[in-house]
Design a protein around this ligand. Structure first.
Ligand code: NAD
Length: 514
């Protein structure tokens, strides 16, 4: 066991900035290419494409990825099951070694992979770099954890019988991933099940197909056998339901929004003709994450933590703070500091390394702007509230005050740079407001009162609770990530129980012959 998180790059060092810019130049020369599906050992074109554009410079084509259809899903599942026969029979050490090699390949291409995310997802340098670092962390951490699940697990002895349990992989599963961590989450969701012997059909978000293609390039370079990872890009309407409904899909590893997750869960429950199992479904979904600040807190620190939590990557993190809950006596002072820092944030194309860039697509921009309209009618606009620069899907970082705890703004996931500041009478009230949501992903408290920090540990109903710090940026292995309530099925990525979910226990009892 040797796991340690990758060090994040220090972009206050000009040499690192120069190296990153060189990587951007290198990737800029590769933009606009066409990419096939990968099904078993075949690279397949389909005659149709999904186009991926830079969200901050929408006239820039990042690349075109083959548009798969239902027949491609059928073929990908067939290839995954064929590969499963040999992949599942490999010794654990062999699979672990390949996953570590994948980490090495990503390490060697760190800035190049990050640069792809700057172009395709609108990540600034630090956000993109952290995404690659996390992908590497998932590989190394799961490579460390997997051997703990190999071999025979002894049960209690019996004089005339040997009893053992072994953990066996489930089969061919689906990875359905979001665009907001197009490498890290995609890699973790693929590599976790694979290292313990499963094979996968990978269906990335149609917003970030090219980063998924880069993952496949890395996996091929690392030497993964054909059929372990099969990539089918395409439109949700063409392939989403088909993959979920398919009788040969053994499990579904999903990260995305609540509505999609619920739909997948419902559809996956149906047993199709010829299906031999109940599908196992793991769901990581949305949040309406709150940071509470009380009257004992260092307000300057709290304001900085709130800005980082609310506006990092434009609020497009499931962990992003969308509610800042301030107790009455410090509310006005905190709001002033928070709004002042927010209004200083720079916004622009991600390759210029601003604080935040464009939202992922037109729909996301329209969604944020529609909530801003709601906020203008129901709350007080303090800063932002406009579309931002031309040329991309921009929304300026926006703060609303006087937001009612039950209002739409305070209850629904916006997934953009829109933060609601909510006034609480006191700490008790603040905690009640924080818990007053259907979600339970991340949350935080900034306070110097020990008893309140302890109460938050017991009573704040979230999967990831952060005390006296920002509420985003979980580290693999240190802070297993995933939510309570409707935020998910407690899959907990990057934690010690993750891999066990892709294994079934098989018990073998043998009577001793005398
Ligand atoms: P989304 O639900 O729109 O899409 C997620 C994935 O589901 C994509 O691959 C998409 O193509 C696919 N999909 C859409 N419709 C489908 C269907 N009918 N059948 C099968 N697949 C379908 O979410 P998104 O916009 O990509 O991501 C943002 C959401 O993800 C936010 O709600 C965010 O909170 C959540 N998220 C959660 C976590 C977590 O760990 N809990 C992490 C990242 C993002």
């Amino acid at each position: 066991m040797s796991f340690a998180n990758e060090t994040l790059t220090d972009f206050t060092d000009p040499a690192n900035v120069a190296a990153y810019r060189a990587a951007l130049d290198g990737v800029a020369g590769q933009l606009g290419a066409d990419y096939p599906l990968t099904i078993g050992s075949h690279q397949t074109e389909t005659g149709a494409w999904i186009e991926s554009h830079n969200p901050g410079r929408t006239d820039q084509l990042v690349g075109r990825s083959a548009k798969g259809g239902p027949a491609d899903i059928d073929r990908a599942l067939a290839a995954a099951w064929e590969a499963f026969a040999t992949w599942s029979a490999e010794p654990m050490d062999t699979r672990v070694a390949l996953v570590r090699r994948l980490a090495d390949v990503m390490r060697a291409r760190r800035f190049e992979l990050a640069a792809w995310m700057t172009f395709e997802a609108g990540k600034n340098f630090a956000e993109a770099d952290a995404d690659v670092a996390e992908a590497i962390d998932f590989c190394e951490y799961y490579a460390d954890q997997a051997p703990l699940l190999a071999g025979e697990q002894e049960t209690y002895p019996r004089p005339d019988e040997s009893n053992t349990s072994i953990l066996v992989p489930l089969g061919a599963g689906a990875v359905i991933s979001p665009w907001n961590f197009p490498l890290a989450i995609f890699t973790g969701m693929a590599v976790g099940p694979a290292v313990v012997g499963n094979t996968l059909v990978l269906k990335p978000s149609p917003d970030t197909p090219i980063v998924a293609q880069e993952f496949m390039t890395c996996a091929r370079e690392a030497g993964f056998p054909p059929g372990v990872f099969n990539l089918v890009t395409g439109a949700d309407a063409d392939i989403g339901d088909h993959l979920v409904d398919h009788r040969r899909t053994r499990f579904i590893n999903f990260t995305g929004s609540l509505n999609t997750g619920i739909r997948i869960n419902e559809r996956a429950a149906a047993v199709q003709p010829g299906q031999l199992w109940i599908k196992k479904v793991g769901l990581e979904m949305g949040g309406k994450d709150a940071l509470i600040v009380d009257e004992t807190a260092d307000l300057a620190y709290a304001a900085r933590a709130a800005v980082a939590s609310g506006f990092g990557f434009g609020g497009q993190k499931c962990s992003a703070m969308s509610r800042l809950i301030a107790v009455d006596s410090i509310h006005d002072e905190l709001l002033e500091q928070f709004a002042a820092l927010t209004s200083e944030l720079e916004i622009g194309p991600a390759d210029e390394n601003p604080d935040l860039s464009a939202l992922i697509n037109e729909r996301a921009q329209a969604k944020s702007l529609s909530y801003i309209d709601i906020g203008k009618d129901t709350a007080t606009l303090v800063t932002g509230g406009t579309p931002g620069p031309d040329g991309g899907h921009y929304v300026t970082p926006t703060v609303f005050a006087d937001v009612g705890a039950e209002s739409q703004l305070a209850q629904e996931e916006i997934f953009g740079p829109v933060v609601s500041v909510i006034r609480a009478r006191d700490f008790d009230d603040a905690l009640e407001i924080a818990n007053n949501t259907m979600f339970g992903l991340t949350g935080g408290l900034i306070s110097n009162a020990r008893d309140r920090l302890d109460r938050a540990k017991r009573e704040f109903e979230v999967g990831n609770l952060y005390l006296n710090r920002k509420i985003t940026g979980a580290f693999v292995g240190l802070q297993p990530f995933g939510g309570l309530r409707l935020s998910g099925t407690t899959v907990k990525a990057g934690g010690p129980y993750y891999l066990r979910q892709y294994l079934a226990e098989k018990t073998i009892s043998e009577r001793r012959l005398t």
